[in-house]
Design a protein around this ligand. Structure first.
Ligand code: ADP
Ligand code: MG
Length: 468
């Protein structure tokens, strides 16, 4: 990788294209389109790629949500010491221009297809991944109720909603996005005269901020309040932005009072949406809340079979069992494991054997347990708990900071081979006994509090996913 970077050190676009390739693999499509597609590579010097961002809001969002990912991608493509620097760039600055120009430019920039000036069904449709459908969503005990609830929405669209709002929650990679997009795809397929909108809460936020900047909040409200079904993915990201919560709250009220259907997903239960405005939280709890659990063995096997079939690859039951027994956490990781296996097969140009499957599974498991660093754990834990990582390293003793610090320390002891002493050093130069105390304290909490244990499991899962 480093050699490659040296020989093309003047070609920043080439480096950026490679980084974009990695980002696309790692991020959900919508997230990529919203935050990364509009970026422009500007220059490459001293191992640092400078990338232009359209406005300050986007720059701050990228820094606070994706700094780790940018760092990792830079190292992967440029080599160790590689960096990406973000910089406001006049050229792709959002300016409020005439309607037509704005529309065209958005299309060119590959920004989210929803604009605040239009709301045709075609635009709504283009937000969806057409692979996310009810008929290819494999059912098992872990997700049956969630699927049934999502499906029931389609059949009751002409009546007053039965479950409103419907909130599907569960760890990452368990099929939440698949299910709520399946509702949109089913509406498109059935050609019924219903308007829906699918957005992630990040896109909702970005659209709202743009609307404020360009003085088009009325148009924003009109669009979001004109639909029959509003599907918002990953509502947990509303946790940090008060004004957006306010906009969401009013949109919610208008639609709800008009008997329109609301469907949300969240990576955690409402009890853990602790930065949510109380009124908003109680609205979310009005309807039906359903959890998707990690898939049990049978479902994992059925999912693997279905993926293999869709790629026209025949796998023996034994090979499917090996994968399903080794990769237990979520469906995204199952897909990743299969992709690794298929990649091995084509690189080695030989059929997939049981030994090959075992070897690939071993590699995946080793990667999870060995490669992860204390810093990454600290950053991801901070992000999950919505505290600043600098605060975790600082001497701040506020309860939520202290707890986040202890959790990150505990996870570092669990997920890395670092010694207590080294972990302490990375947490702002603390003593090994502090780390030991944190570890024992968190173990005690995990043993006595199921809800707490669940959130720790969620964080752990996100960290492991990040690392694969
Ligand atoms: P989440 O939104 O919960 O993080 P996704 O909906 O993005 O998870 O699911 C991750 C991947 O796994 C997607 O490609 C999705 O199609 C697939 N997937 C998840 N659950 C199932 C299932 N029960 N059947 C088939 N594919 C699934
Ligand atoms: Mg999702």
């Amino acid at each position: 990788m480093t050699e490659l970077a040296l020989s093309v050190s003047d070609n920043h676009q080439f480096i950026w294209n490679n980084i974009v390739g990695l980002l696309k693999e790692e991020l959900p499509k919508q997230t990529f389109i919203t935050w990364f597609a509009p970026l422009k590579s500007l220059s490459f010097e001293n191992n640092t790629l400078t990338v232009g961002v359209g406005c300050n809001f986007n720059l701050e969002w990228l820094e606070s949500h994706y700094r780790d990912l940018l760092n990792r991608s830079a190292c992967a493509v440029i080599g160790s010491g590689g960096k990406i620097e973000l910089q406001i760039c006049e050229n792709n600055q959002e300016k409020s221009t005439s309607k037509t120009v704005q529309k065209r430019r958005r299309k060119d920039d590959n920004l989210p297809a929803i604009t605040i000036t239009t709301s045709e069904q075609t635009k709504m449709k283009s937000q969806l991944n057409s692979n996310y459908r009810f008929d290819n969503f494999i059912e098992g005990d872990s997700n049956r109720v969630a699927r049934a609830a999502a499906y029931s929405i389609i059949s009751s669209l002409d009546n007053k909603p039965v479950y409103n709002p419907l909130l599907i929650h569960g760890g990452s990679g368990l099929g939440k996005t698949h299910l709520i997009q399946a509702i949109g795809n089913a509406i498109v397929d059935s050609n019924i005269d219903k308007r829906f909108l699918y957005v992630t809460s990040e896109e909702f936020t970005a659209e709202f901020v743009r609307a404020i900047q360009s003085g088009k909040v009325d148009a924003f409200n009109k669009l979001y309040r004109s639909v029959d079904v509003l599907l918002i993915d990953d509502v947990q990201f509303f946790m940090t932005r008060d004004k957006t919560q306010e906009a969401f709250f009013h949109t919610f009220n208008t639609l709800y009072n008009n008997g329109k259907q609301l469907v949300f997903s969240s990576d955690r239960p409402t009890s853990e949406l602790n930065k949510f405005d109380k009124r908003l939280l109680s609205r979310l709890q009005w309807g039906l809340t359903i959890e998707i659990q990690p898939p049990e063995l049978e479902t994992r096997m059925a999912i693997l079979k279905s993926i293999a079939e869709s790629r026209n690859i025949v796998l023996s039951d034994e090979i499917i069992s090996i994968i399903a027994e080794n990769v237990t956490d979520n469906v995204r990781m199952l897909q990743g494991a299969l992709t690794s296996l298929f990649a091995h097969q084509s690189l080695l140009e030989m059929p997939i054997t049981i030994d090959m499957a075992r070897e690939v599974m071993n590699k995946i498991n080793i990667r999870v347990s060995n490669n992860i660093g204390v810093e990454t754990i600290l950053e991801l834990t901070a992000r999950y708990l919505d505290v600043k990582s600098d605060m975790i390293r600082s001497k701040n003793r506020k309860r939520e900071i202290a707890e986040a610090r202890m959790i990150a320390m505990y996870l570092s002891t669990e997920l890395t081979n670092s010694t207590l002493k080294n972990i302490g050093l990375k947490f702002g130069g603390r003593d090994h006994s502090t780390v030991l105390h944190a570890k024992n304290k968190i173990i005690e909490l995990i043993n006595n509090d199921d809800e707490f244990k669940k959130s720790i499991d969620n964080i752990r899962e996100q960290i492991e996913r990040f690392n694969v």
